[in-house]
Every structure is written in structure tokens, then in C-alpha cells.
Design a protein around this ligand. Sequence first.
Ligand SMILES: [Mn+2]
Length: 318
Amino acid sequence: MKQILNKIVQQVVKAQRFLVCSHESPDGDAIGSTLGLTLGLQRLGKEVVAYNVDGVPEILKFLPGSQSLVTELRADAAFDVIFVLDAGDLSRAACRPAEQGTMLINLDHHPGSNFGHLCYLDTSAAATAVLVYRLLCACGLKLDLEVATALYTGLLSDTGSFRYANSNPEAFRVAAELVGLGINTWTIASALYESQPRERMQLLAQVLPTLYVAPSGQYASVFMTLDMLEKAGAAPEHTDGFVNYPRAISGVEVAVFFRQVDASTIKVGFRSRGNIDVGQLSKNLGGGGHKNAAGAFVEGSLDQVAPRVYHLLEALLK
Ligand SMILES: [Mn+2]
């Protein structure tokens, strides 16, 4: 692990033009890591382009550097190194395969992520932001307020504000270091959790009445149709976190959020507690993810997809 990190440091030292990108539908870790590494490399005197195919979500636009992130790349843009962060799979980064001579470096904490000329995968890291922190420290960079703000946002986001089981000692040590640099924890928390657009609440108000709790009490679901989305004037990204509502019910081991994507596709999002592996379940449905957080796009109407998912859950939870 240390060896790979050293090799990446060598690449950073040697190269000049960098692309930093992450997965589509980016979360706080994807954007926090992207901006943290981008700003950090810039401090080291590098030319860096931050890129994400879906751009910066509204709630993360407070982050330093977010306004310079691009959603498109010029066809002739050339880089010495492409960093792909937190992506799980290269296809989720929607970045061009590296041209001849371009070094592709993968920093990730998703199990099974194994692309890139150099692959720095540590599934024990609470967030990819932690890996970026390690890398920037290994490069000898003294972190500043802006880099710290971006990395802390990634860490806060992927640990569920230090509630999830991935909140390991390193997560707290890195957080302590970043807080020590003078970041404003309340500004960040309030931007992430208490700056919701009204449309999101109006959508949630329609989604919550769809709550279904299985007779066993072990799993629960909510769903969202495109009609609801339109009525609320909301966007799909406003549904982030909706799955946490059924999960918050006492006794529920697996929470499911069914989101209608189009007339014949349902995005099924899973969250589970403890040892229940919804990552494998999602893979069986053609998707992917972590043990406790995963999802898949499934063909069919809600009436077709939901019973199928419930059936699989009955088997999983038996
Ligand atoms: Mn992550």
C-alpha cells in the first residue's frame, strides 16, 4: 500500500498536467475529494482540471474551487496524469480512456475497484477524501483552509457525520487535523444538511406516504414516481437520502428506495444495517455498491420490480 502511494507521489512530482475526476451523480466524497486534490495539486504548482460529468450538486457549490469544475472536456485536452477518485468502476467516471502515455491513477475505497495503471485501493478508508489526505501529506503539502474544507466535506459525507461503522480512528484523526486548520464545521454541516431546497421537502412530502413496512418488520420501502417529481418541481438529485427514512424505523434491517427513472426503468437503492450484504443483492440485479449501501437500475414498472425485490429480500433476511 505504502509502495503504491510512493509511486503515485513520484508521478505527481514528475507530471505537470492533471485531470481529476470522479463518478457520475457525485456525492460529497466524490466532489470533496475531487476539489481537495485539485486545489492541493494546484498548490504544488501543477495545472489541474477538475471534471465531473454531472457537475457539482447545488448543496456542494459552497465548496472552494467548485465554480471551476468543468462538465465537459475538450477533445484535444491532453493530460500527463488522470486521477479517477471514488469511482468504483472506470465507466462511472465518464472520462475518456487515457491516451497513449497518459497515466491513469485510481484512488478508491470501494471493494473490487481495480482499474488504472496505479491503483491505490484501501477499503478500510472511511472516504476517498482520506486517501487524498494521505496522498497530499505524502507529497509534503501543508494543507490550507480550502483543501481542508473540501476533504472534511468528503469525510463528513461518507461517514454520515461520523455515525456509520466506517468512522474509524483514522477518520477522526484526519477530521481532527482538518478542524485544527480552522475549518468551520458548522458552515459545512449546515450547507450539507440544513440548506435543502424547498422542492426536496415538497417531494419528500409525497414520497413518505408510500411507506411500506414488510409484515416481518425487517425491511421497508418508499417509492417516487416521475409524476411526484414533476408536481414538486424537483430533480432526481433531490431524492438523495430519502432511503434513510425507511431505514430509520426500529427493527428495519434493509431499506429500499424505488425511484422511477423512465416509463420502463426503476432505480432501486438499498441501505442495510450490520452484516446484511445488499451489495451482493444489487449485483444480482445488475447493479453494484457497498455491503451496506448499493443500488441497481432494473427494467420494468414499479408493480413488476417491487415484488421481485421483496422476494429477494425475503430470501436474504430468512
Ligand atoms: Mn466515497
